[in-house]
Design a protein around this ligand. Structure first.
Ligand code: HH2
Length: 288
């Protein structure tokens, strides 16, 4: 494990170096939305949001992932203008405090991605894997930003109504492979691609568990793999913890298991707990 990651005293670490590096990368979640399932409404004020981002960086987050639209099951889309108005002031406030912060923008809209990159975002996190806006692939290719391609069956409004797969691991892996091919053929550098099985996006509890258990099938595609299981409902279904904010221990179990199976990026709300667990897991994996 690369112990130097996240030490912000030396030279700034670029997004590309982070994702291709050997060690685990923690992405701290910052939802600038009134309705996100876990932190909705907490960070609408840019100063408050920036303070939260700084504390996640201090706890060991390497990236802050900022989203201006909730994708929780049943959620409605917001307008692109509203999304930009939520995300960009928060990014500016964070960068005013921490000039070298690596920020990722959680959006599927090309105009939002452009505005965020212009304001300093270094990674695009697209939960539609470049299907939500046909212009997104060229924005990513032209700016040279790393991009997260996530699997989702259906769309947030209806995705949890009837998730169905013949073979969830094969279908998610094939989808991600096809999306990576599409990105590369449109000019995105392979080293800028991160794959994500989309835990909770059009999946039953069993689908999520099977994907986590079989994550190595996705890792074998040869791209860095990100897991976003933090505080999600399937963890509550297994552990019996109803309150999303209290699903920390269950989340940490997903992080450690996914790391052991080859995932290297983790999108989490609770940075400190996940960092400590990854440090311990890394030491065990590195033992003779
Ligand atoms: N999950 C959420 C949002 N964005 N991006 C990636 N790459 N992977 C994920 O698993 C993922 C994601 C949903 O969680 P959250 O942001 O906490 O809630 P909400 O969508 O309600 O804002």
């Amino acid at each position: 494990m690369d112990e130097d990651k996240g030490q912000r005293t030396g030279e700034a670490i670029g997004a590309g170096d982070l994702i291709t590096g050997p060690g685990p990368v923690l992405m701290g979640i910052l939802n600038v939305t009134p309705d996100s399932f876990s932190d909705g409404g907490d960070f609408l004020d840019p100063e408050r949001a920036a303070a939260r981002a700084v504390s996640m960086l201090d706890e060991g987050a390497h990236v802050i992932d900022i989203g201006g639209e909730s994708t929780r099951p049943g959620s409605d889309p917001v307008s692109p203008e509203e999304e930009i108005d939520r995300v960009v002031p928060v990014m500016r406030a964070i960068l005013a405090e921490r000039r070298d912060a690596v920020i990722s923008v959680d959006t599927y809209r090309a105009t939002t991605a452009e505005a965020a990159i212009e304001a300093g975002a270094a990674i695009v996190n697209d939960v539609t894997a470049l299907r939500g806006d046909e212009r997104m692939v060229s924005v990513v290719a032209e700016t040279g930003c790393p991009v997260i391609l996530m699997h989702m069956q259906d769309e947030p409004k209806t995705m949890q109504q009837q998730p169905h797969y013949e073979d969830v691991v094969r279908e998610v892996r094939d989808f991600l492979e096809e999306r990576a091919d599409h990105a590369v053929s449109a000019g995105v550098l392979p080293e800028n691609i991160i794959l994500d099985p989309g835990i909770g996006f059009g999946k039953t509890v069993d689908h999520n568990l099977t994907l986590l258990r079989s994550l190595d099938a996705i890792v074998q595609l040869g791209f860095p793999v990100l897991v976003g299981a933090s505080r999600k409902r399937f963890i509550g279904s297994i552990t019996g913890v109803g309150e999303a904010r209290e699903r920390v221990f269950g989340t940490v179990a997903t992080t450690v298991m996914a790391y052991e199976r080859g995932a290297t990026l983790f999108r989490v709300h609770d940075v400190h707990a996940n960092r400590e667990a990854l440090t311990m897991a890394g030491a065990i994996l590195a033992a003779e």
